[in-house]
Write a protein that binds this ligand. Structure first.
Ligand code: NAD
Length: 291
């Protein structure tokens, strides 16, 4: 088993981002900025937002935090987003999800200017990904790509795992992970199979994968019966079992296999925040260009 060390790959990328921020500052006199919005007091969301703010600090990106009460109305959230859309210091806007009332989350995301949508979840940016001819075009367009899937592509490339022509099986079809990672793998010329809770022959399909993306949010349900030797396995799941974090892959069961795998924690997680920082710099450049 070869571990794909998400922390190490992420640290190297963050060091580059920090250098780029300094270059932007010295060339333009401006510092890229990220506005973060947290609604309510959910402990996990507070930890995630805290890590994002800290990562900004370490990369010399300015951050502005807005905390709204758990019972904040949709209109209050929309009005904050609207004011941040026209705030010149906020290049990116991040709305921490889920909201206490998640029924209007998409409406709030839709209100974020697509140019500031650093989570890449606005229909404009999701559409840009779906309409892209290939990965190079997305890079050329400086597209704001959804952070977790973009982080997975970075992990694969940084680990010299070939994507083109490979069979990739994605387990999960959420708008946050499953769908965008499928489109990103496709943009990189993989043959992509999207599996989900209604898929009948999951074991057989997932065993055909050269690249297996496990994003179902089901603790340790992927064991060696689902994986072929030689595969690259990206475990996106973050599950808490008995007070400890684990992924969707049964790590102990697969540890003697000849595979590359991301651990949980320390795999995909750190890359997600790194891509948020990268998107903030992209948003800065895109706005600078469009100004
Ligand atoms: P989700 O609940 O929105 O989607 C889960 C998907 O898995 C659904 O499309 C469903 O059809 C599929 N699924 C569920 N059970 C299945 C089964 N038995 N077989 C096949 N498919 C099945 O979740 P999400 O937001 O996509 O997140 C997935 C996991 O990834 C969660 O554990 C989440 O915490 C984690 N996550 C991690 C990061 C990170 O940064 N590491 C980021 C986002 C999500």
């Amino acid at each position: 088993m070869k571990i794909i060390d998400g922390r190490q790959i992420s640290d190297a990328k963050r060091a580059q981002i920090k250098e780029l921020t300094a270059k932007i500052k010295s060339e333009t006199g401006k510092t890229p900025g990220l506005a973060t919005i947290l609604v309510g007091e959910d402990p996990a969301s507070k930890v995630y937002i805290g890590s994002k703010i800290k990562a900004c600090e370490n990369a010399a990106i300015k951050s502005f935090h807005f905390a709204l009460a758990a019972n904040a109305s949709k209109d209050e959230i929309l009005s904050l987003i609207k004011s941040l859309n026209s705030n010149a210091e906020a290049d990116g806007i991040l709305l921490q999800l889920p909201l206490p009332d998640n029924s209007f989350a998409q409406e709030c995301i839709n209100a974020i200017s697509p140019l500031k949508d650093v989570d890449g979840l606005h229909p404009f940016n999701a559409g840009l990904l779906n309409l892209s001819k290939n990965w190079d075009e997305l890079i050329e367009k400086n597209a704001l790509l959804s952070c977790t899937p973009a982080g997975i592509i970075h992990l694969l490339k940084a680990s010299s795992i070939a994507i083109e022509g490979k069979t990739a099986v994605v387990i999960g079809r959420s708008n946050l992970v499953g769908k965008p990672i499928s489109m990103m793998l496709l943009a990189n010329n993989a043959t992509v199979i999207m599996a989900h809770s209604k898929t009948k022959n999951l074991k057989e399909l997932s065993k055909s994968a050269d690249i297996l993306i496990a994003a179902a949010g089901k603790p340790r349900f992927i064991n060696k019966e689902y994986i072929k030797n030689g595969a690259a396995v990206i475990d996106v799941g973050i599950n808490r079992v008995g007070g400890k974090l684990c992924g969707d892959v049964d790590f102990d069961d697969v540890k003697d296999m000849d595979i590359s795998i991301t651990p949980v924690p320390g795999g995909v997680g750190p890359m997600t925040i790194t891509m948020l920082l990268e998107n903030t710099l992209k948003a800065f450049k895109n706005r600078d260009r469009s100004a």
